[in-house]
Write a protein that binds this ligand. Structure first.
Ligand code: FMN
Ligand code: EPS
Length: 384
């Protein structure tokens, strides 16, 4: 059975983060620099906190790759936490507890519920794993999935579309520039980006935080990934679940998404046209997905990130030790991380698409995946 799956491990201030990705076919040429480029993109972004000045995320591959090619076995990835040097006593695996426990819960975090559920009296025992530091490994895994997809002619890109109410102007976006911009906020509208930065500066000056939206686009996807036949095989559901699994993501839409509520079917559905045996559409409100399957148009997934929950002007909360009202703790924190989240969204989308490819075309050897995909593409284009 071919199945692509991964797990991540590691605490935010522990010695390192790791991931095991299993199921990539053997014979895929990998470039470690492609992983490191995506890790650097995730660290970028106006409004990020002091931690990003400490970390310089670089991936090491500890298994599953030899002479730059996958072997078909589990791939172990590791990224060292440079900040661990400042936390060695407080994060020791063994020995006596060191440092003051964190007891002031932060609204919008796993702090309170995590301590109740796991019977912990130090919020650090929860926040170390709930922290979005973990997304480093998702991006490393996603970068490998992107290389796999790229080798099959599929590319996954993302861009930020709104921050703190400042939206990009769709007329300012050159679709081909998406994913190719060097912008600090991963935004393709330079004028909107300046206003987003100004909004972030205002929020930081007020001790406040901001959220926003981003869009992930997959081009070159074959027709028929996912299936209509069972709820858990519908690719739109799997993409939405993967996106919602990212810390601070509160909503996902596919294609026109919530705009479907505004207009009748005659306006919203993508009409079909044919030339020979080639079917095409002039619009893509469906975001490339019909009946839980890709229809050959670009897959378009959008997500909204809530404002960062740790505020420098702390919110009212409770102390888990005294059970009394208290102001939430104010740890060093990002003020806005929508651009980082967009890179994570890209990674999670790449994983889901790569998983669907492996399910459909096999996961043992690249040569077999390529042969199966090209035979299938030819059939669904000409002989249906
Ligand atoms: C890339 C990224 C960076 C984040 N940085 C911070 C941060 O610096 N401070 C913070 O309080 N939350 C940050 N968050 C959000 C929290 O991790 C998240 O809100 C929290 O774990 C609770 O999970 P939930 O929002 O999904 O319910 C970040 C999220 C992402 C995706
Ligand atoms: C470390 C990262 O993000 C962290 C995510 C995060 C949170 O609560 O999610 C809180 C902050 O952690 P720290 O207190 O160590 O500064 C962020 O810096 C990262 O993105 O690599």
């Amino acid at each position: 059975m071919s199945e692509l799956r991964f797990l991540t491990a590691g605490e935010s201030h522990g010695p390192c983060l790791t991931a095991i990705l299993e199921g990539l076919p053997a014979g895929l040429a990998l470039d470690i620099e492609a992983i490191n480029r995506d890790l650097a993109r995730r660290q970028q972004g106006y409004g990020r906190g002091g931690r990003m000045k400490i970390e310089k995320d670089k991936a090491e591959i500890l298994s599953g790759v030899r002479f730059g090619e996958t072997l078909g076995g589990p791939i172990t990835l590791r990224v060292v936490n440079r900040d661990f040097a400042n936390w060695t006593d407080r994060m020791a695996a063994f020995g006596a507890p060191s440092g003051e426990p964190v007891t002031a819960a932060r609204p919008g975090h796993a702090d309170l519920t995590g301590c109740k559920k796991y019977a912990r009296s130090d919020i650090r025992d929860i926040l170390e794993r709930s922290s979005a530091r973990e997304t480093t490994m998702r991006v490393a895994v996603g970068a490998l999935c992107k290389e796999f997809l790229r080798s099959l002619g599929i590319d996954v890109v993302s861009h930020v579309t709104k921050i703190g109410g400042v939206a990009v102007n769709p007329d300012h976006i050159d679709v081909m520039s998406i994913g190719r911009t060097e912008s600090e906020l991963n935004c393709c509208d330079a004028e909107a980006e300046e206003r987003m930065k100004a909004r972030i500066r205002e929020a930081m000056a007020a001790g406040d935080t901001l959220g926003g939206t981003f869009e992930v686009i997959v081009r070159g996807v074959p027709v028929g990934l996912g299936a209509h036949i069972q709820w858990d095989r519908r690719l739109d559901a799997r993409l939405a679940g993967a996106m919602m699994s990212i810390q601070a993501i509160k909503g996902v839409e596919i294609g026109a998404g919530f705009r479907y509520a505004d207009q009748p079917g005659s306006v919203m559905h993508d009409e079909m046209y044919i030339e020979g045996t080639h079917v095409y559409r002039r619009t893509n409100n469906a975001g490339g997905l019909e009946g839980g399957m890709t229809n050959g148009e670009p897959v378009v997934v959008r997500a909204v990130m809530k404002p960062i929950p740790t505020l420098m002007q702390p919110l009212h909360s409770i102390d888990i030790a005294s059970k009394k009202p208290v102001l939430a703790c104010k740890e060093r924190s990002d003020a806005c991380a929508v651009s980082a989240a967009s890179v994570v969204g890209e990674a999670m989308t790449a994983f889901v698409i790569a998983q669907a490819i492996v399910e459909k075309f096999g996961g043992d050897a690249m040569v077999d995946v390529r042969t199966a995909l090209s035979a299938y593409n030819e059939r669904v284009e000409k002989d249906w």
